[in-house]
Write a protein that binds this ligand. Structure first.
Ligand SMILES: NC(=O)c1ccc[n+]([C@@H]2O[C@H](COP(=O)([O-])OP(=O)(O)OC[C@H]3O[C@@H](n4cnc5c(N)ncnc54)[C@H](OP(=O)(O)O)[C@@H]3O)[C@@H](O)[C@H]2O)c1
Length: 235
């Protein structure tokens, strides 16, 4: 298991901001060629410009199977798929609003499976897929049951796919509070929760990116979950 990702091609869906952008930057730094994808063209263009020479972009809305199918038909062969896409609009405030609760599954769970359905033929047999859940899967907070169940479903999706897609390895990263564009402005509300953690602060995208890189490089690691949460589950 070498450190370099030289000669490897990494596709990050959700790679235009937050955790995904952190993964794309770290993979590029490790020598990979990277493709960042998400649903908004302007975000894709901005991320490609920030990543610099050699980075590629693709506009893919993982809510649309046609979009996903045509994008992967065009992208060609690659080694590692990382899925960090997640929308935040539509998040229900009432856990008993069952219709709205399906929000958590649409892009994060079904979007991931849609992407994998159309990407799997293009991924190298020595390659990997890394999904993204959330520490809510391990530590449900009051009123957060549906989000917690959605995150747990993503982790089991990784386990099942590790069996079904072998020898491609499939794993999942479970983030705690990571300061991304999505959580900007909420730092004060989050601080009382991170203050209880053994590592008493929010994480940076660059810190959690290391777990995704481990899964790309970890040739004996499949069907597993890395919790990267500053110890949130412990307190
Ligand atoms: N940040 C945290 O503390 C935290 C904690 C636990 C779990 N997570 C999970 O980690 C994932 C990433 O979170 P983040 O904080 O990095 O969020 P973020 O900064 O908002 O990034 C989300 C990314 O997903 C893309 N996206 C949204 N809808 C999409 C769609 N329909 N098709 C394709 N791409 C789409 C966005 O770009 P476009 O808008 O251009 O589509 C963006 O690139 C989420 O699933 C979240 O549940 C995050």
């Amino acid at each position: 298991m070498g450190d370099s990702l030289q000669g490897q091609r990494v596709v990050v869906i959700g790679g235009t901001s937050g955790i995904g952008f952190g993964v794309a930057s770290a993979a590029k730094e490790a020598g990979a060629s990277v493709v960042v994808a998400s649903s908004r063209k302007e975000k894709v263009e901005a991320a490609v410009a920030r990543l610099g020479p050699g980075a590629q972009g693709a506009v893919i809305d993982t809510g649309s199977e046609d979009d996903v199918a045509s994008a992967f038909a065009e992208l060609g062969a690659f080694d590692h798929l990382v899925y960090t896409a997640g929308n935040w609009d539509g998040r229900p405030t009432d856990m008993w609003d069952l219709e709205a609760g399906q929000w958590i599954f649409r892009i994060r769970f079904w979007g991931a499976l849609r992407a994998i359905k159309h990407a799997r033929q293009s991924i190298s047999s020595s390659g990997s897929i890394t999904l993204t859940s959330g520490v809510a899967a391990h530590k449900p907070r009051p009123g957060n049951t549906v989000t917690s169940a959605g995150a747990a479903a993503i982790e089991n999706l990784a386990r099942g796919l590790a069996v079904d897609l072998a020898p491609i390895r499939v794993n999942c990263v479970s983030p705690g509070y990571i300061l991304t564009e999505a959580l900007e402005g909420l730092e004060d509300a989050i601080r009382p929760m991170t203050a209880r953690q053994p590592v008493a602060r929010m994480g940076e995208p660059g810190e959690i990116a290391q777990a995704y890189l481990y899964f790309m490089r970890g040739t004996y690691t499949t069907g597993t979950v890395a919790i990267v949460d500053g110890g949130q589950v412990l307190r």
